[in-house]
Write a new protein. Structure first.
Length: 395
């Protein structure tokens, strides 16, 4: 059987597409989660074909939402249209965690990845060999999700991400405490806190954190995050604490249109809104109005890719206000609520692997793949490779 694990796009000014894979060469695609750097090129297989795509039901619902938005924003840059996305959804095969499916000589099981709601790791077994693909994963429990499952059994090969190969995240509980304290300070000082956050996962995580800490001031949520809330309410089984999530969603006021936006900015409170890197969405509207006042704060809770407005704001304290780049008067702070393993968790996961697997390190910028592969070879003694595009390997 020939299986493709994820098929995403790189999101720069124009979408960047991966190496061509002929659809006729494939038996199936397995999609680990909804993010476009993993899902954004899969509809190409449904321009003429009907390649089956396996994943969790929640992943497909969230992917559908993100792809539709991607087409709306990117339009003519893309080699597919909405009709191909619909064809992909018709080709979707829904799997639960721990449920095994068979395809020719191969069997596959999805394991919880703890990254975003519905995200999965993939365990493939064929001809007596076992291969794990972690996708993006996080072994640390958050308010929204359980940590990734790591009981893999003996393995012959592992394809592992390396996003944070050389960086650790702060202790989650201490980070939450500091975040809520800072938000309270600003609101009690008469200010408004804007929290630009990803629609899928991060917005809901922030709402859950504020609810868990009994935050008593108004909290508003805007943009695509509201649609994600509705999807998650139908899939509570994927969440760590469904009761906390439902409390958070019912505590938060959902913003409906421009009139609501103007009204909510008259009084102190918290606004959670995409986009997380300030590249679009309602967060840009709020930023332009809140950045002029020292009483307000912009608290970034996601990684800010260099070149994005969020990165510019964090590094230089500047953003576009009324059409010009201006110095921001409001407070700006970053809180590292990551949904990826930090270096320590990556190291711990690799050290605890059973068998004598070859490690293939992927999904890392600026030398992180080679950095983690070197660490594996030197510290753990396993064979480790940072593969280049187009290379092939036999297990």
């Amino acid at each position: 059987a020939r299986i493709l694990l994820d098929y995403g796009v790189m999101l720069n000014h124009e979408p960047g597409f991966p190496m061509h894979v002929p659809p006729r060469d494939l038996d199936a695609v397995i999609l680990t989660h909804c993010h476009l750097d993993h899902s954004g090129a899969i509809p190409i297989f449904h321009i003429r074909g009907q390649t089956p795509v396996y994943g969790t039901k929640l992943t497909f619902e969230l992917t559908h939402l993100l792809l539709a938005d991607f087409i709306h924003l990117s339009g003519y840059y893309l080699p597919y249209e909405y009709i191909e996305v619909e064809a992909m959804m018709r080709s979707a095969v829904h799997l639960g965690f721990g449920e095994r499916f068979h395809l020719k000589n191969l069997s596959c099981t999805l394991l919880d990845a703890g990254h975003v709601p519905g995200s999965a790791q993939v365990l493939l077994e064929a001809d007596g060999k076992r291969l794990l693909y972690t996708g993006d994963f996080n072994t640390v429990e958050t308010r929204l999700l359980k940590g990734a499952e790591t009981e893999y059994g003996e393995l012959d090969a592992v394809i592992i991400e390396s996003t944070y190969a050389d960086e650790d995240h702060p202790d989650r509980r201490e980070l939450e405490q500091r975040f809520v304290e800072r938000v309270r300070e600003v609101v009690e000082g008469g200010g408004i806190v804007l929290v630009p956050a990803f629609s899928v996962g991060r917005s809901q995580e922030i709402a859950c954190i504020l609810t868990a800490h009994h935050f008593e001031y108004p909290v508003f949520m805007d943009g695509m995050a509201r649609r994600v809330n509705q999807i998650l309410m139908d899939h509570l089984e994927y969440l760590r604490d469904p009761k906390l999530f439902m409390n958070a969603i019912h505590t938060v006021t959902w913003v409906d249109g421009r009139r609501d936006r103007k009204r909510l900015m008259r009084n102190p409170g918290v606004i959670i809104s995409p986009a997380g890197m300030l590249k679009g969405g309602p967060s840009v509207y709020y930023l332009q109005r809140l950045a002029k006042d020292r009483k307000n704060a912009i608290f970034l809770v996601s990684y800010q890719i260099p070149g994005t407005p969020g990165h510019e704001l964090l590094e230089r304290g500047r953003c576009v206000i009324d059409g010009k780049i201006r110095k921001v008067k409001s407070e700006v702070e970053h809180f590292d609520f990551s949904s990826h393993c930090g270096a320590s968790q990556l190291h711990e996961t690799i050290k605890n692997l059973e068998g004598n697997p070859t490690i293939f390190v992927v999904h890392g910028a600026e030398g992180n793949c080679e950095r983690l592969a070197s660490w594996v070879r030197e510290e753990v003694g396993l064979e480790a490779i940072a593969p280049k595009a187009g290379e092939s390997f036999t297990i």
